[in-house]
Design a protein around this ligand. Structure first.
Ligand code: ZN
Length: 124
């Protein structure tokens, strides 16, 4: 696991093209620490190209933003993140997974705001 700088800044794998770029919306010590921890988790989970056979490519299943947003945020909260940081991290993941698609990101931000509203009311 190496730190890259250049066009994209963030954590990357020295064996394959896996990267976990620093999101532009990341600010605050808490969020940076959360990003670092999440990068560590993602790094351990990633399918390293150096270890997989080229004849058997692994296809990432398409995941819908709307159905998984709250679920992912809740998982992060269970691991000790505040709702605000959890939502930021899920937004960052969405940004990475969907190549910053404006439509998907708008939906994800709306989901995030809704999630935070419900969290404040104690409905999560
Ligand atoms: Zn790798």
């Amino acid at each position: 696991m190496i730190w890259i700088q250049g066009d994209e800044e963030g954590w990357a794998c020295s064996n394959c093209r896996w990267t976990f770029p620093v999101p532009t919306l990341l600010n605050g010590k808490e969020a940076v620490a959360a990003y670092d921890r999440l990068a560590g988790v993602k790094f351990r989970e990633h399918k390293c190209e150096a270890e997989t056979s080229p004849s058997a490519p692994i296809q990432e299943p398409q995941r819908g933003v709307d159905t998984h947003f709250a679920e992912r945020a809740r998982t992060l909260i269970k691991r000790g993140y505040t709702p605000k940081v959890a939502v930021e991290l899920v937004l960052q993941e969405t940004e990475v997974e969907h190549g910053n698609d404006p439509k998907v990101m708008a939906e994800a931000r709306a989901e995030g705001e809704d999630f935070l509203l419900r969290a404040r009311k104690g409905l999560i």
